[in-house]
Design a protein around this ligand. Structure first.
Ligand code: MOS
Length: 739
């Protein structure tokens, strides 16, 4: 029956993207009277603004306006996201400086160059205080989070008696792992064009959350929701940084209303290091107690993360630990310390990426301590259910991921001895780690419109963040309609379409596609109802399953001579389109099951024993993430995630000057993301799985899963190669040379 879903189709907009024809947020529209906004940032780490001298800026060519805390309109609310409680974003509402890089003024001028020049002339005087900018110096301030995961989860979890079980365990691992601040660094910068027409605001904004931005700007500026229109046809990467409505969006909207000019505001790469979130630094203590044969008896995972002084976001590193392995005794805690930094946010697999680095490193240490093979150790401790929630999994195909990944990689040929394999002067090592990420799903809407030429349009107010949503919406709609893929177009990225959730938490496919399926099925039923109804001679009284749709013509399977074109049918009914709108949402399975995707990573590295240089020579990932809608864009997501994980393992870290709180490597020259030369042969294995408990389409979602565990697999391979255990990411040559 399935003919389209599951194929590996080219990305719908792929040709447009590679030929440069796609218009991203800042390029979406041309306005004759466009003005440019450029933001000014605080250059101290803590304190307050004592004076602002904007005389020189106001004299500069092209100057239109400056907004500061002294003249900016008062806002009705200053939150960036419902997911980050207690926050009061710095939106020019007071003179307090919470951290270095905070926006303190917005200059508007006729051109980008003029706005940049005028912004450089703004002189700020400060009452300066000494900032606290290093998490490791603030651990005594760490507190229990007030509203962990927006109240959806508890910061602490336990079962059994972990302290006693650990104390009595035959084998003990007790180590601390640290992960650095990391920045998302999407290729497309954060950018917005805000246009105010006297009563309504239109935002062309690079966002992972059209509906979220609409709501936030509506609330902040006190404009009715239906008077805020958000458009965003393409996103050049977000990775979580574009899930919230950051200050520049609200400030651009504010400036558009004040100046009555459409404002274009594009953040610089440097500005994206201070005001669009990042992954928190973490300090994680892992304690594993096991029997001599490797069976876990106790797991304890204590995380300290940083947040800003003006709001709480907690990197939830221990959540995956609660459900990953079978153990009768467990304790997980999360603590958060407020320091003078920007606020962290969701960054690709927030929590799982940092936490599974620690857990999967500790599991590798346990494998060596017990002499059990690392894959075998994970099988010994395989969790058949979510033991913390005491719920069955909607589906779990992790055993097959281990087996297929290991077979493809050649894990059985690996010699367990450390520092024992060489290739010329280089040491060679192999390591593995598990991957997991929750399967999320939220309410979403979609509309399907069948046109008289036999084509169809599917619409949803979702966004394609590069994952292939245009393509998968078309595929699912075409399949449900019984139309060829080429006859279906997808439209998204507009708040006027049926509402869909944030494209975060890897939930877009699992949320939107069931709505697309339902809307397409409903539209098809309407079409067939019209065809078999009393007004149409040709197919009158036909049973729905006896009607075939091909080449824009409806005919009877049992009597092909009886037929009518969609065009004729609609013309006789005086219809220009047949339309259906549906919403789909999770049901009782959310309470009765635990839903996660799973995978296994295998990494091979070479290590130069003299220079400490690590190269990843092979990466293999095997994943089970429900039914795969498009095998080709799915594979691209897996590869992208694995490369993201490679960066986490080897290169990425944001460095802060502790005296000023200034980020010292706020550029792509100094913040190192992997380049092609760093990326080895990547093998992706898509292990078949369908999860119809989770949703009727069987789709779980990919996005964040494939980066989880990569850094641990690499760290474990580095240990196997060198005998040196690096417990502090990233694994850079200096740490190996000095170790
Ligand atoms: Mo993801 S960090 O929820 O975009």
């Amino acid at each position: 029956m399935d003919t389209i879903i599951g194929q590996g189709l080219d990305r719908s907009e792929g040709r447009l993207k590679v030929t440069g024809a796609v218009r991203y947020a800042a390029e979406q529209v041309e306005f004759a009277n466009l003005a440019w906004g450029v933001l000014v940032q605080a250059s101290i780490g803590k304190g307050s603004i004592s004076a602002i001298d904007s005389n020189a800026a106001q004299q500069a060519p092209g100057f239109i306006a400056i907004l500061t805390h002294e003249n900016a309109p008062r806002l009705a609310s200053n939150k960036a996201s419902a997911m980050q409680p207690g926050e009061a974003y710095p939106l020019l509402q007071d003179n307090v400086i919470h951290y270095n890089g905070q926006h303190v003024a917005l200059v508007v001028a006729e051109t980008f160059e003029q706005a940049t020049h005028a912004a450089a002339l703004v002189k700020l005087s400060y009452a300066e205080e000494i900032p606290l900018t290093r998490l490791e110096r603030a651990t005594d301030k760490a507190k229990k989070p007030k509203n962990f995961r927006a109240g959806d989860e508890e910061p602490d979890a336990s079962r059994g008696n972990p302290a006693a079980a650990f104390a009595d365990a035959a084998v003990k691992i007790d180590e601390t792992y640290t992960t650095p601040m990391e920045h998302h660094n999407p290729m497309e910068p954060h950018a917005v064009i805000a246009a105010w027409d006297g009563e309504a605001m239109t935002l062309y904004s690079s966002t992972q959350a059209i509906a979220g931005s609409q709501k936030r700007v509506s609330e902040s500026l006190g404009i009715p929701l239906d008077k805020v229109h958000v458009v965003n046809l393409y996103v050049g990467g977000g990775f979580g940084s574009k899930g919230s409505t950051w200050p520049h969006v609200t400030l651009a909207a504010m400036a558009a209303r004040v100046t009555r000019r459409p404002i274009k505001l594009v953040l610089t790469r440097r500005q994206m290091f201070t005001a669009t979130g990042y992954r928190s630094k973490t300090i994680q203590r892992l304690r594993l107690g096991a029997a001599a044969d490797g069976k876990l008896v106790a797991v304890m995972h204590d995380t300290i993360a940083q947040t800003a002084t003006f709001g709480e976001f907690v990197e939830p590193s221990g959540l995956a630990t609660e459900m990953m392995y079978s153990t009768p005794n467990l304790a997980v805690t999360h603590r958060v310390a407020a320091i003078n930094v920007g606020i962290p946010t969701f960054m690709r697999a927030p929590g799982e990426a940092s936490g599974m680095y620690a857990l999967e490193s500790a599991m590798d240490e346990l494998a060596y301590a017990t002499g059990v093979d690392p894959v075998q150790l994970r099988l010994i401790n395989y969790a058949e259910k979510d033991e913390q929630k005491d719920l069955p999994f909607t589906s779990k195909t992790l055993r097959e991921c281990y087996a297929q990944g290991a077979a493809s990689f050649g894990w059985a040929q690996r010699s367990p001895a450390v520092r024992a394999t060489r290739s010329g002067s280089l040491l060679i090592g192999q390591g593995m780690a598990s991957a997991t990420y929750p399967s999320n799903r939220s309410e979403a809407g979609a509309r399907v419109r069948i046109l008289s030429d036999g084509s169809a349009i599917v619409q949803s107010g979702t966004q394609d963040i590069g994952t292939g949503t245009y393509t998968t919406m078309r595929m699912v709609a075409a399949e449900a309609l019984g139309f060829p893929y080429e006859k279906v177009q997808a439209q998204l990225g507009d708040s006027a379409f049926p509402k869909a959730p944030v494209s975060g938490g890897s939930q877009t496919s699992a949320s939107v596609l069931p709505a697309v399926w339902a809307a397409a099925k409903a539209a098809r039923a309407k079409l067939l109802g019209l065809a078999s109804g009393p007004s149409n001679q040709a197919l009158q009284g036909a049973a729905a399953d006896d009607i075939l749709i091909a080449d824009g013509v409806l005919s009877l399977k049992s009597d092909p001579a009886r037929k009518i074109s969609i065009h004729e049918l609609m013309a006789s009914a005086k219809l220009s389109a047949i339309e259906a709108k549906e919403t789909a949402k999770p049901g009782s399975e959310k309470k009765n099951y635990s839903a996660h995707s799973f995978g296994a990573h295998f990494a091979e590295v070479s290590a130069d024993p003299d220079l400490g240089e690590i190269r990843v020579t092979r990466l293999t990932g095997a994943f089970a993430a429900g039914r795969i809608v498009n095998a080709k864009t799915a594979r691209s997501q897996y590869i992208g995630g694995m490369v993201y994980g490679l960066g986490m393992g080897l290169t990425e870290a944001t460095e802060i000057d502790a005296r000023s709180g200034r980020i010292v490597n706020a550029s792509l020259a100094d913040y190192l993301v992997p380049v092609n030369a760093d990326v080895p042969e990547i093998t992706v294995i898509q292990v078949p799985e369908a999860d119809t408990v989770f949703n009727p389409l069987g789709v779980k979602g990919i996005g964040e899963l494939p980066m989880v565990g990569v850094a641990a697999a690499i760290a474990n391979a580095v240990y196997h190669a060198t005998g040196i255990r690096i417990r502090d990411l990233p694994i850079r040559p200096d740490k190996l040379v000095m170790a």
